[in-house]
Design a binder for this molecule. Structure first.
Ligand SMILES: [Zn+2]
Length: 366
């Protein structure tokens, strides 16, 4: 939530588990282009190859090569492959397990902080119940909650999340009737150098436990909602700005001697007043000014997914209001614990922070 980062941190975030040695950056970015699942982007009015390449931290030549372009002219509506804002995604190749009348596919590996789906198929999929057993003992809401799959096309999906800050394997259990299947998925770390912020006293006093607790309690209450899936289109960016200052999962120490805390969202610096838009359809469940999060809007998208927009100077929606994907909900500001105008965006699954980059331009993560 603090706008304080270095170019090396930004580059490291984009290229994932690679050492950040400046001389190697160009080749690493190209490697990332070749190995990451490139995200789809639709060209908007005002976009240029230069602005898009810059927003991705790559050169125009690299962007042209990624898309096989021979001309620098772009057309509005044209589909472009972008390297994506997040670190290199692990292979999507899923492991498939089988019970009688039920198949279960999960990602082969995950990075901590990833959102993902378990895909259930077969005639008994609708009756299955899933629990993430590795959550028990973790600081998450309702650990090990019994989850019913969401019908989606011919499949049934269960949303999962790999908790940030923990790399012990994820364990899930699928039950159908008297049968039971239990599997593990390896979790890999995010290699991001620790940031020491050394906040000024006026700001750091807002991090005192007493000042924080009341605010946290109000926000965390919204994570307990369980409503039907409200979206039918891919998630989209909350700002017409792609540059990031602080990446998701960045480990930080706010005050000298303090504990390591993870950055639960992505920071997008933008001029005060820039429109903030809903990443997808949903219902506003919180719109309030807080000491730390500033002008905060929380949208419940159903299926346990919520999006949070911090530090706004103006909020244009109220609690209970239904909003649509792309609707303006507020304006970028620097309210709360913030050192300059930016949007801090979070995408949570049942209250646990997941990498927003694993959602943007996707209907489901992974
Ligand atoms: Zn932030």
């Amino acid at each position: 939530m603090i706008q304080a980062s270095t170019p090396s941190a930004r580059t490291t975030a984009r290229i994932g588990r690679t050492p950040f040695i400046r001389l190697q950056q160009a080749s690493l970015v190209i490697l990332a282009l070749l190995t990451s699942g490139a995200g789809a982007y639709t060209v908007k009015a005002g976009d240029t190859l230069y602005s898009l390449a810059r927003s991705q931290g790559i050169t125009v030549a690299e962007l042209m090569r990624l898309n096989g372009l021979s001309s620098t002219v772009l057309e509005v509506g044209q589909a472009l492959k972008l390297p994506g804002e997040g670190p290199v995604q692990p292979p999507v190749a899923a492991q498939t397990e089988q019970l009688v009348g039920l198949t279960v596919a999960s990602p082969a590996t995950l990075r901590m902080g990833d959102a993902f789906v378990l895909r259930l198929g077969g005639p008994r999929a609708a009756q299955a119940t899933v629990r993430f057993l590795s959550e028990v003992g973790e600081k998450v809401q309702l650990p090990g909650e019994a989850l019913q799959p969401v019908a989606f096309g011919n499949e049934f999906l269960v949303l999962g999340r790999a908790v940030l800050g923990k790399i012990t394997p994820l364990v899930y259990e699928v039950r159908v009737g008297a049968e039971r299947l239990q599997r593990t998925v390896e979790i890999t770390p995010r290699s991001q150098p620790l940031q020491r912020l050394n906040l000024p006293a006026a700001l750091s006093s807002k991090l005192e436990p007493a000042a924080r607790q009341a605010e946290d309690a109000v926000v965390e209450q919204t994570y307990l909602r369980r409503t039907p899936q409200a979206w039918s289109k891919p998630f989209q960016a909350a700002l017409n700005v792609r540059a990031q200052s602080t990446a998701f999962g960045q480990p930080r120490i706010y005050v000298a001697g303090g504990p390591v805390q993870y950055h639960y969202g992505i920071d997008y610096p933008a001029p005060a007043g820039t429109a903030v838009t809903a990443v997808n359809d949903g219902t506003v469940v919180l719109a309030q000014l807080f000491p730390v999060r500033g002008g905060l809007v929380v949208i419940d998208h159903g299926a346990g997914v919520s999006s949070l927009y911090f530090h706004q100077r103006k909020m244009l929606v109220g609690v209970g209001e239904r909003v649509q994907r792309g609707q303006k909900i507020g304006e970028v500001g620097s309210t709360g614990l913030s050192t300059g105008p930016h949007l801090h965006l979070e995408l949570r699954v049942r209250g646990t922070a997941t990498d927003p980059a694993s959602w943007i331009n996707r209907l489901w993560p992974q």
